[in-house]
Design a protein around this ligand. Structure first.
Ligand code: 5RP
Length: 276
C-alpha cells in the first residue's frame, strides 16, 4: 500500500485498536431530509469531536462542516436515485476524484448493489473508482447496499457482496451485521465496518449490535440513525466508542450512556388539591 493511501487509512482506523467509529450522515443523498438530520450541521457539530471519521456527501460537507474540522472525511461519491424510485440501484459516480482530493478527504465511498438490476454498473463503477483511488492514494470504501430489500441482510448474501467488493479492489467494506457474521468477515480480506440500519427499539440493542460485530471481527462501525435518532446522541456515541475501542461490555457501555446522560429529570407530579 502506497504511503499516502496507508496514511489516510491510519487516520481513520486507530493505530492502537485498528478499529474506527465512523459517523454516517450521508442519508440525504437518496432519502432527503431524514428525521433528525434536517439541519445536518446542527446534528453533526456536537458529535464531531467523538467521531473517528465523518461520512457524508460533498454538498453537506461544504455547507455544514467548518473547514477548521480535523475529523477525517469519508466522501460519498455515488448517487443518482432517490427513494421515489423502486429500484435504488441505478447509481453512478457523481463526484470526481479531483473534487475528493480538493476536499482533502480520507476516503471515498460508493454503493454496490449485488443481485439488483444495476449490479453490473455498480461493480464496474467500483472498479473504476479503485483505479482512480490507487492513482490518487485514496482509499475506496464499498457499501453493500440492499436498497429497500432489508431482508436481504443474511450471511450468505453479505459474504458474497463483501467478497466481491474486496475482489474489485475496495480497501474498506461497509456492510450490515447479521447472524453468522463471522463467515462474512472470514471471506473478506479487507477491514469491514458495520452500518446500524434503521433505528432499533432501544439504545441497548444498538450497543449489542456493535459489541457482536466487533466480537465477530468487524473493524468498527459506520453508524448513523442509531446515534443521531437516539434521544442522547453524544452519550450514545461515547458508549459506542467504549465498545469499539475499549473492549467495553454492553453493560459497561450502558453505564457510560447513563453517566453521560446525567440524572433523568423526573416529570413534575400533579399537585393534589390542598384542603383550605
Ligand atoms: C446510507 C448509508 C448509511 O451511511 C449507512 O446505512 C449507515 O447509516 P445507518 O447506521 O443509519 O444505517 O450508506 O446510504
Amino acid at each position: 500500500m502506497d504511503w499516502g493511501l496507508a496514511n489516510r487509512m491510519h487516520r481513520m482506523f486507530s493505530p492502537a485498536t485498528h478499529n474506527t467509529v465512523m459517523l454516517a450522515v450521508d442519508h440525504g443523498y437518496f432519502m432527503g431530509p431524514t428525521h433528525r438530520l434536517e439541519n445536518a450541521g446542527a446534528t453533526v457539530a456536537p458529535l464531531l469531536p467523538y467521531a473517528d471519521a465523518l461520512a457524508l456527501t460533498r454538498g453537506m460537507l461544504r455547507h455544514t462542516v467548518p473547514p477548521t474540522a480535523q475529523t477525517p472525511i469519508v466522501l460519498r461519491v455515488s448517487g443518482g436515485a432517490t427513494i421515489l424510485q423502486d429500484d435504488l440501484s441505478h447509481e453512478a459516480v457523481t463526484t470526481s476524484m479531483t473534487d475528493a482530493m480538493r476536499l482533502n478527504v480520507c476516503a471515498v465511498a460508493l454503493s454496490v448493489f449485488i443481485g439488483a438490476p444495476h449490479e453490473h454498473e455498480s461493480l464496474v463503477h467500483l472498479g473504476d473508482l479503485v483505479n482512480d483511488g490507487e492513482q490518487a492514494g485514496m482509499p475506496v470504501m464499498a457499501i453493500t447496499a440492499v436498497g429497500k430489500e432489508l431482508e436481504k441482510r443474511d450471511a450468505r448474501y453479505l459474504a458474497l457482496a463483501c467478497r466481491v467488493s474486496a475482489e474489485m479492489g475496495a480497501h474498506i467494506v461497509k456492510t450490515y451485521f447479521c447472524e453468522g457474521f463471522s463467515k462474512v468477515v472470514e471471506g473478506c480480506p479487507v477491514p469491514i465496518v458495520v452500518a446500524g440500519g434503521p433505528k432499533l427499539d432501544s439504545d441497548r440493542a444498538a450497543l449489542e449490535l456493535a459489541r457482536h460485530a466487533i466480537d465477530e471481527g468487524a473493524h468498527g462501525i459506520d453508524m448513523g440513525r442509531n446515534i443521531w435518532q437516539s434521544d442522547h446522541p453524544v452519550p450514545m456515541l461515547k458508549a459506542l466508542r467504549a465498545i469499539v475501542h475499549d473492549k467495553a461490555t454492553v453493560n459497561e457501555a450502558m453505564d457510560i450512556l447513563a453517566a453521560e446522560k446525567g440524572p433523568e429529570v423526573a416529570a413534575p407530579r400533579a399537585r393534589r388539591p390542598q384542603p383550605s
